[in-house]
Design a protein around this ligand. Structure first.
Ligand SMILES: [Zn+2]
Ligand SMILES: [Zn+2]
Length: 149
């Protein structure tokens, strides 16, 4: 799928710098979480991070995870990739980001990523028409995949 184009450690350094400029604490817990986020491929939930960290013998508390994820989003290393029908948010890191969108099967939970040049062009066009400068985007289609439909 996507291969990181920048090294994890340089991103960790960048995040440490960002925490310092915000006068936020740089803790081992936080850094362990950041490394796990950056090493994660594909989509994951906050709970997945905790499970994976625990499997590595690292203890990162739930409050730390839920406090740190928004910081990662704010610093640009992470993005909420989509919301499923329920409350869950899935995340994906922004390494090797390629601006893809998501099709989400509401029956089996399958996630299909797609890109479309025509969609890109259409979005630029829409922005121009309304004099709008987009800063974030989220395009999600919910429905049934080819196996469930
Ligand atoms: Zn399905
Ligand atoms: Zn994705």
């Amino acid at each position: 799928m996507r291969e990181p184009t920048v090294s994890i450690e340089s991103q960790v350094e960048q995040f440490i710098g960002w925490l310092r400029t915000k006068k936020l604490k740089v803790t081992q817990e936080r850094l362990a979480l950041v490394r796990e986020v950056l090493a994660s491929k594909g989509h994951f939930e906050a709970e997945d991070l905790q499970i994976r960290l625990r499997a590595q013998g690292r203890r990162v508390s739930k409050p730390t995870i839920y406090r740190t994820l928004p910081l990662l989003i704010e610093s640009g290393l992470l993005r909420p990739s989509f919301l499923t029908g329920e409350r869950q948010t899935y995340y994906e890191n922004t390494l090797g980001d390629d601006k893809h969108e998501h099709l989400i099967c509401v029956a089996c939970g399958r996630i299909i990523e797609f890109t479309s040049e025509r969609l890109e062009e259409a979005l630029v066009e829409v922005g121009r028409k309304h004099g709008f400068i987009a800063q974030k985007r989220r395009i999600e289609l919910f429905g049934l995949c080819e196996y469930c439909g």
